[in-house]
Design a protein around this ligand. Structure first.
Ligand SMILES: [Zn+2]
Length: 346
């Protein structure tokens, strides 16, 4: 059940699996949605399912790859002659799968030569051994404009038994002519609890998993890539902030100065604070399940020490601080403004 490994993408996968069962895959798909939610994995699983050699139930077409037959295994290690994955020149050069013409250094784009190579050399041939040829372009938004234009004709009149899958976390940056020729499937952010569960199953302790999930923006890829030590440092920063006495001005000025040295850190702490305030409000409303178990003591103290309206006010100031950071405001100043608001804005 490899498709079942993709969490919370039932809509997109349901429509793909229905097309597989009917033997009616579209000739061009655009998988759009945030980074790290399984779009690329889904594209590779689709290539496997369309070429899987294991028999389906009662002779029906398979809507899920077996993962174990020769075709599935070849596709998994990128060695199937009828399945091609195109990526940025630099990535493909690193894997020994592409060499730019004329001795130029490989770029961070997908260039027109790569598309011509695909169309003229690969798609013009007969299929070798598979049932369906699948081309995955990931990330499709790495195609520069000439490359996208070179792909248009193929998208319009694709060779028989061929499916192209364009994968993109910014699908709207593709040319409208490309978008209009693809069937678009939307992949959404993964719910926080599901991200946390996935991290626990990958071996993270539950408390760290919850922290990473809270900061992941619904991206399993982002959560998996988070550094454990950085997470703990952020949790401790939020705990420290929650415990600061507003009358001790020097304490919170020092906090703003230290945490403001690194904008990304300040942003991560702001994101964590928003989840923290949500936990505090949940406690005040009688809830018991907290997103951040590692901050439950601090949350309980805040819940009993602050009025709900004050919690809402501090949360709004936290959101304002984050917005200022994202507009490129100075991090120390943004943190100071937030804290002045918390402690002296009543
Ligand atoms: Zn198989």
């Amino acid at each position: 059940m490899p498709f079942a490994e993709l969490i919370a993408q039932d809509r997109a996968l349901g429509s793909l699996r229905a097309a597989l069962r009917r033997g009616a895959l579209h000739h061009a798909y655009l998988f759009g949605g945030p980074a790290g939610v399984g779009k690329g994995t889904a594209a590779r699983l689709l290539a496997q399912a369309a070429n899987c050699e294991a028999p389906g139930e009662g002779g029906a077409l398979r809507d899920d790859p077996c993962g174990a037959c020769a075709a599935c295994r070849k596709i998994a290690r990128d060695a199937h002659p009828d399945v091609r994955v195109l990526a940025e020149e630099r990535e493909m050069a690193r894997a020994g799968r592409w060499e730019p013409r004329g001795g130029r250094a490989p770029s961070r784009e997908i260039v027109v030569d790569q598309i011509r190579d695909l169309v003229d050399r690969r798609l013009s041939l007969r299929r070798f051994e598979g049932r369906r040829r699948v081309v995955v372009i990931d990330p499709a938004d790495a195609m520069n404009a000439p490359a996208q234009n070179a792909l248009l004709k193929t998208l319009e009149e694709p060779p028989d038994d061929t499916t192209l899958v364009l994968v993109s976390s910014s699908p709207d940056s593709l040319l409208p002519t490309i978008r209009s020729r693809c069937l678009r499937l939307a992949f959404g952010p993964v719910p926080e609890a599901a991200v946390a569960a996935r991290l626990v199953s990958a071996g993270r302790p539950p408390e760290r998993a919850a922290l990473a999930a809270a900061l992941s923006g619904g991206s399993i890829g982002r959560a998996l890539a988070m550094d454990d030590e950085a997470l703990v440092a952020r949790r401790d920063a939020v705990a420290r902030l929650a415990g600061i006495d507003g009358d001790r001005t020097l304490d919170w000025l020092a906090f703003a100065r230290e945490q403001g040295e690194d904008r990304e850190e300040a942003e991560a702490i702001g994101e964590l604070l928003l989840v923290f305030w949500r936990d505090v409000l949940a406690l005040q409303a009688g809830g018991a399940a907290l997103a951040l178990a590692g901050l439950s003591d601090a949350a309980r103290r805040a819940a009993s020490g602050l009025a709900p309206l004050e919690v809402l006010r501090r949360r709004a100031l936290t959101a304002g601080m984050l917005a200022a950071l994202r507009r490129n405001g100075a991090a120390t100043l943004a943190l100071e403004r937030m804290l002045v608001g918390w402690f002296h804005g009543r």
